[in-house]
Design a protein around this ligand. Sequence first.
Ligand code: ZN
Length: 568
Amino acid sequence: MRFLLAGTLATVTAAGLATIRPPVLTEVEKAAAREIREDRMRADIRFLSSDLLEGRGPATRGDALARAYIASRLEAIGLEPGAPGGTWEQPVDLVGVTATCPPVLRVVRDGAGEDLRFVDDYVAYSGVPESEVTLRDAEVVFVGYGIVAPEYRWDDYKGADLRGRVLLFLNDEPKADPKLFAGERRLYYGRWDYKHEMAAKMGAAAAIVLHTDASAGYGWKVVPASWTGEQLSLPAAPGDPTLPVKGWVTEAAGRRIARLAGRDLDALRSAAETREFRPVPLGVRVSLTLRNDVRRRSTANVIALLRGRDPDLAREAVLYTAHHDHYGVKPGPSAEPVVYNGALDNASGVAALLGIAEAFAALPARPRRSILFAAVAAEEHGLLGSEHLARHPPVPAGRLAANINLDGMNIWGRTRDVPVIGLGKSSLDDWIRAVAEAQGRVVVPEAFPDEGAYYRSDHLSFARVGVPAAFVDAGTEVVGKPPGWGRARQRQWEDAHYHQPSDDLTAEWDLAGAVEDAQLLFHVGAKVADAPLAPVWRRGDEFEAARKRALAEVDPGSFTRPSRVPSE
Ligand SMILES: [Zn+2]
């Protein structure tokens, strides 16, 4: 049985459910969807990705100009300001920390030692905005994957006191038992961000993640490229656990550390594959001082609201997101400034969000639930704007029916396929499948589920607070092209232009597929906004518990109504 549009609560029984029939897209809905137009999308992309906006780096003039443009467009479309307090912008404070690492990090044991060279063997940066951060003779403890997952009866820590320790983590998640941790698919437990969070919770002094190309999905050179220079973060809220030092080591360096400890890295790794694993103090110690340059900065999320028409359901909302930031201006090969225009990433997603807003505004009757449109800040620096929005939403997380995220639209033409990132996680799939069918297209799973793409864009921020979140990728089966053409073009684009200054709008771009995808996501959001019951996570999904907590925090509303689903 496919999983269904169902109530969230455990009281739901199979007898009470009905599958979604392919919704008939009404003429009125189709007419509204035609407001999503290629010419407008191209014009929005052209402005947002022009050199004048200087790559929209967070807290720059280009960032402010992009926000002003987006807010003006949303106002012109006829929406209301949607940020808390009834304004267009929700300010997002950021902390920028540039750490200077010592050229050599020495790991010692009884007088013997190993020297790890900065960039070649290790990278570290500071998780706290202090001018200096010091580890003094801190003990290294191997914590395996460092996962606590009650649903898999898994706890790598077994109550160990790890305060002040340096925790050495394996990246990824246990792979030995395919029945655990969703088999091949990468879960949030497998992400380095999760490891850092767990180390902070444990009161550790540092988290060091052992990099392997296989567990990361990319080579070591990406690690120093990503984690040196200024690192932006949200200021810690009072009571938030913090982690003084965050770092990575190469596999070879990890092997040397294990050997110094009189251990074998492969033996440690296989021990980490079992439930019986417990933390292994390695008896080796490190001392490290990071000197930090700390700067306070500010950017904003731009938020618009279309109020729902149902007096009760309008308290709930469907949230569309697209990040407006990109990498700004960086020094090029001979130190000259180079603009990272981010046309596909993510001027195209913002353009699609604006198109979807036009479609909603064109509906003769507003949907029953409200619709929120958020162009969020600082995604490229760690989903920061969306994390701030998820912590301070204009509508409580328990009343957000769904998040639909747009990050990088299709620029290769119309496609037969609709790849859904994280297919199988929530009942939003059923809506996507149904609308895709009505468009004569077919939903397919993402091409590389082990790469954890579900955890790499803004919808993750909302999933983590329990909101069922959908992220649709560009299809590869391009209409009118031979098999394999679309995939080859996408790969070429990624190799040449992904996160490069050459991510520009060119005459070759064909936005017909982007328009169709945006229309699909408009219909999905409109159907969700009108449905009696909100989407749910599949039972046992990693984000189901967060949803239950979020629902418990809001007074019982429509989500807790009897779970029988009237047919469409
Ligand atoms: Zn990006």
